[in-house]
Ligand binder design. Structure first.
Ligand code: SF4
Length: 383
């Protein structure tokens, strides 16, 4: 029979766990000086918090370093297999009574004073309580990981001066337009493209008739708005962010791209890539986000982005990716394509600039590279 380990000290054990998390997080921020500076400040605060917990432990009171705060029971998704939905602990509507952001801030302050270093914000979907996320920002001595489905976008994500300029009625129209719906082209009512002198003002004034209805409706506007929202979230010009986080790690020198008249990344079109460069993106996606030894994009995101999220006549759409047979494709405007068929370990990339008839290249590719008809189709045989 094993003997209890009398030398085991829970506080030391937990503190070492915190130090490992902080050290790993610090390494992960080394490419971004702003993130590194934040983590260095947090590292100092977490050392002070460890001392508080040690003092309390020595006085006979155990303070854990982690806290989980379920800040809302509301969620904007209905995921298959969600245990919380199944138990009716997660619901569609906001609860009638719930703690306010001020009450949560008091809890965070008390936690800080006790020496708690991490508070995991969970839900439901915690991003629906933006007021609490902002309150959490007032306690820089605590790290607040957010357990989010990553899809919720509301007007707060858009640049403040544009939000202020929207009518109250138009702000209500935009409430159900989540980032996920923009990325899956499931907002009906946008024109195909914007044409004025300020696209953001123009997009935010479009009177969507049924904003709550999810219908596949292809348009340049959702990609443009997604770019604006991401740029606001990362507080950086989107082309610069993409160059740093995506293109340069793939060995692609900063590609030329287009901007809206008011200076936002176009998003929907206008980026120039060579066959080799587009293929690198396809290769990284076919390897679940990895390129060489580096994980460029999280594997879970690649899986979601390249799976069918919204049905359409073409067989389905992910997050800006089209379903193609049992794989997916990246499609450009004039017949630029990258087909990725992971099960067949196959990727086909070609570029064209045909305003009419670019589908003929696809027909030719299917005939000559994939075996012509279904009967001879090596992809179909493996389906
Ligand atoms: S996002 Fe989370 S809480 Fe919401 S339905 Fe999906 S699993 Fe459940």
């Amino acid at each position: 029979m094993s003997q209890p380990n009398e030398a085991f000290d829970i506080q030391t054990y937990m503190t070492q766990g915190v130090e490992r998390v902080v050290s790993d997080a610090l390494k992960a921020t080394l490419r971004d000086p702003r993130e590194s500076a934040f983590m260095l400040r947090f590292a100092a605060a977490s050392r002070a918090a460890s001392k508080k917990r040690r003092k309390a432990e020595d006085a006979g009171e155990h303070i854990p370093p982690f806290l989980i705060a379920s800040i809302t029971s509301q969620c904007n998704l209905h995921c298959a297999g969600c245990y919380s939905r199944c138990n009716h602990a997660t619901v569609d509507a906001a609860p009638v009574e719930q703690l306010t952001d001020e009450e949560w801030l008091r809890i965070f302050e008390e936690a800080d004073e006790l020496g708690i270093s991490f508070i995991l914000l969970a839900g439901g979907e915690p991003m629906l309580r933006r007021d609490i996320i902002q309150a959490a920002g007032k306690r820089p001595g605590i790290l607040f990981p957010i357990f989010t489905n990553g899809t919720f976008m509301d007007k707060e994500y858009l640049p403040e001066k544009y939000v202020q300029a929207m009518s109250v009625q138009q702000q209500e129209v935009y409430k159900p337009i989540t980032l996920q719906r923009l990325m899956t082209m499931s907002v009906d009512g946008f024109p195909f493209r914007l044409s004025g002198s300020n696209w953001l003002e123009e997009a935010l004034s479009i009177p969507l008739k049924e904003p709550e209805t999810c219908t596949f409706a292809y348009s340049n506007v959702p990609a443009y708005l997604t770019g604006v929202a991401v740029s606001a979230a990362v507080e950086e010009r989107l082309d610069q962010y993409l160059n740093r986080r995506l293109f340069r790690p793939l060995g692609i020198p900063d590609p030329p791209c287009q901007f809206s008249p008011e200076g936002y990344f176009y998003g929907a079109t206008g980026m120039e890539l060579t066959v080799n460069e587009l293929s690198r993106i396809g290769l990284m996606l076919s390897r679940e986000g990895k390129y060489g030894q580096k994980q460029i994009v999280p594997a879970a995101y690649v899986k979601d982005a390249t799976s069918v999220q919204q049905m359409n006549r073409e067989g389905g759409y992910g997050y800006f990716f089209w379903k193609y047979r049992d794989g997916f494709s990246l499609n450009g405007k004039w017949g630029q394509k990258c087909y990725v068929l992971p099960k067949q370990r196959m990727m086909i990339t070609f570029l064209s600039h045909l305003e009419e008839g670019s589908d003929k290249i696809r027909g030719s590719m299917e005939k000559h590279l994939l075996g012509g008809n279904e009967g001879n189709d090596p992809v179909a045989k493996n389906r």
